[in-house]
Unconditional design. Structure first.
Lengths: 210, 489
């Protein structure tokens, strides 16, 4: 049992994107508790990878490869978690790029950085209409909603989400980012947090979700 | 499997016919104008080989065939070995190497920030910094040990260098026969013995000629000694366009070339097949300030052209860069970048050197690591690019497809370290992240790096008995010059 979990952890640390899903299947076959496999295996592995990135020991592609490996294993393990049980995380985050904007690399980096720091991330992709964000927030009750916009023309879309969201559910924190977004603008539109880069986004998220 | 040939970037300034005209012009100068040769031994050598020599004016006129014969005896590939063989430099016209700058007499104290005469400790510290830096391949004693006995300052410089870096040490202080003997002996001791030194020379000597068209007696006598002893030499011309050479860069190149080729001729007559590197550092005289304009575009382009000329002769080049800036940072970066990028893009074999300000006279520790970063960026510029299955990455482009990203590809990882320059001082973080960690400037980052190197980087010292023998040479040299009495120490 211990071996299966250790192997999953190491597979994330070694970026075994192609083979980790098989390891996860084997773990389930051997009767490993999927929650243990996720928390002691995958989550521990990605934590190690994230720490290495933070220290400058590895580069972004390695971090992303670690996160990709984790994702493939999660796809096998999560459906096996018994109903009513949940893995413990640093918090649940719904993330996406606003309507009319398809610039997603920055959003993806934030998404990766958050998952490598223990957050459960639900990525809605790009060109997400305000109504979809609100529906998802209603459905999942996340701790945080994160939005990005790369263009000055799409920035106002963030306010379209924040105003109705805050009216309905004050407890969901909002994090915004993207090249043209500033701290001042974030405050103006009622966001709870802002970051200029992906690493900073994790720090802000940790402060907001406590 | 590797397929195809790796290409380096190389730009051309002079055409083949330009190079021929410079060469023929130089031969004309050597035959008609001649060079002043102060060394009696060298004048005899030239006279015995058919030159027209006037012992009164000390001017020797050298016929073209002698120069052509000397060029035919040159070495096209020169090995400059390191104490650790991983630092061996093979000057073969296909690699570029960067050296430290050398022989300043002033240093800015790293602790107090005070500008003061340099000490042996400065040589020790800068040697350790050079040993650590990945983009500096060859060491020069950067400053003089002015706190040591005046008769043996240069031997202390060499001693401190040998003990604190495993990279090759090139000095420019072998300017008399006795200097040459002591420095050669120390090199032999460090290598183990003469035979081992001749096989893998751990040290070499750069000799400056005197513009326009003069050769110092001590320098040339020492050079003949070095060549016989198997110590590789650089002959380095330095006419200043507008002052000690014509204002036109090509005209000054002819003057410098006449000096280098005549020195080469004398040494090859004395020791056929001696290892000689072609050197040049023609920075103009700044006509407003009377300061040599090191790091100017003219300096860079002159060094680039000298490299082309050296390669035209089938010789490796050693060309100069420096900066007139007084402090590390903006001006120094602009001057060092300009001065390095031109010659390195033209294929300079040995580029000298980094870390000194005030036109090669003042050591500023921070500038050494800043220049290391500059060379790293330029190394990436001149590496060259090529289209192969691996670099085209068509399979990866197909695999990732439309609208996704390439971050999680093994190909990305594999090529990151080889294909992308990773700066250590340039700060690419966002404004927020940068300002939160103190809004540090490049110079402040450089200072942190110097501090880290001095605290952490260890260089294996020479064996105790080797050190004892080196001390012996220094002691003996001190006595012989001062009649057995130490006047200052």
């Amino acid at each position: 049992m211990e071996d299966n979990v250790t192997r999953l952890r190491n597979a994330v640390i070694n970026y075994e994107m192609e083979t980790i899903a098989d390891l996860a299947k084997q773990a389930l076959k051997d009767g490993v508790d999927p929650l243990v496999a996720i928390e002691k295996g995958l989550a521990e592995g990605i934590k190690t990878v994230g720490q290495k990135f933070g220290k400058g020991e590895i580069f972004l592609p390695e971090l992303v490869m670690g996160a990709e490996a984790m994702k493939s294993a999660l796809a096998v393990l999560e459906p096996a978690v018994p109903k009513g049980k949940h893995r413990s995380t640093a918090g649940k985050v719904v993330i996406g790029t606003v309507q009319d904007d398809i610039h997603e690399i920055g959003k993806n980096l934030v998404s990766t950085m958050l998952s490598s720091n223990g957050f459960e991330v639900v990525d809605m992709g790009v060109n997400v209409p305000a109504s979809d964000f609100l529906k998802k927030a209603d459905e999942l009750k996340p701790n945080m909603l994160a939005m990005s916009a790369l263009m000055t023309t799409t920035m106002p879309r963030m306010a379209e989400v924040i105003i109705p969201l805050k009216k309905k559910n004050k407890s969901i924190k909002v994090l915004v980012g993207g090249a043209p977004v500033t701290d001042t603008y974030a405050k103006e539109i009622g966001a709870d947090g802002y970051s200029g880069d992906a690493s900073g986004a994790v720090d802000v998220a940790k402060k907001l979700v406590r | 499997m590797a397929f195809g040939i790796k290409r380096g970037v190389r730009f051309n300034i002079l055409s083949e016919s330009d190079l021929d005209r410079i060469h023929w012009g130089t031969l004309h100068v050597l035959e008609k104008v001649g060079v002043q040769v102060d060394s009696v031994a060298c004048r005899k050598l030239l006279k015995d080989n058919g030159c027209e020599v006037d012992d009164k004016t000390r001017i020797a006129k050298i016929p073209s065939h002698l120069v052509e014969e000397a060029l035919a005896k040159k070495k096209s590939s020169v090995l400059l070995a390191g104490r650790d063989p991983k630092y061996d430099m093979k000057l073969d016209m296909n690699h570029s190497y960067m050296t430290a700058n050398g022989n300043g007499a002033v240093a800015v104290d790293f602790e107090t920030g005070k500008r003061r005469p340099s000490t042996k400790m400065d040589v020790v510290n800068s040697s350790r910094i050079i040993d650590y830096l990945e983009n500096i391949h060859c060491h020069w004693p950067m400053v003089s040990s002015t706190d040591q006995h005046p008769s043996v300052v240069h031997l202390h410089d060499f001693d401190a260098s040998l003990n604190n870096t495993e990279k090759h040490v090139m000095y420019e202080t072998g300017v008399t026969i006795s200097d040459a003997k002591d420095l050669t002996e120390m090199g032999y001791i460090a290598a183990g013995d003469e035979k081992e030194f001749r096989r893998r020379p751990l040290s070499s000597c750069l000799q400056c000629t005197y513009a326009p068209l003069q050769h110092d007696a001590g320098v040339m006598d020492a050079s003949l000694y070095f060549a016989k002893a198997g110590v590789p030499l650089v002959f380095f011309g330095m006419p200043q366009p507008g002052a000690t050479g014509p204002a036109t860069l090509v005209g000054s190149l002819v003057v410098g070339n006449a000096e280098v080729l005549s020195a080469l001729t004398m040494v090859q007559l004395s020791t056929p097949g001696a290892a000689i590197i072609y050197g040049m550092g023609n920075a103009p005289l700044d006509m407003r300030t009377t300061i040599r304009a090191g790091g100017s575009p003219e300096h860079a382009i002159s060094s680039a052209m000298a490299t082309e000329l050296a390669h035209h002769y089938g010789m490796p080049s050693c060309v100069g860069v420096s900066a007139t800036a007084k402090t590390p940072g903006d001006q120094a970066v602009l001057e060092y970048y300009t001065g390095c990028v031109g010659p390195l893009m033209a294929g300079a074999d040995l580029m000298c050197g980094v870390g000194l300000l005030e036109d090669s006279s003042c050591l500023y520790y921070e500038q050494i690591v800043i220049d290391n970063e500059i060379v790293g960026a330029i190394a990436r510029l001149i590496r060259g690019e090529w289209a192969s299955d691996d670099t085209l990455a068509l399979d990866i482009i197909e695999k990732v497809g439309v609208g996704k990203n390439f971050l999680a590809q093994k190909h990305t990882m594999e090529h990151l370290r080889t294909d992308h320059f990773m700066p250590t001082l340039i700060d690419r973080r966002s404004f927020d992240a940068w300002s939160q960690s103190g809004s540090k400037t490049l110079v402040a980052n450089a200072r942190d790096k110097v501090k880290w190197i001095l605290e952490n980087h260890k260089v294996p010292p020479l064996d105790k008995d080797v050190q004892k023998k080196l001390d012996g040479v220094i002691d003996k040299a001190k006595k012989s010059m001062w009649g057995g009495e130490s006047k200052t120490q």
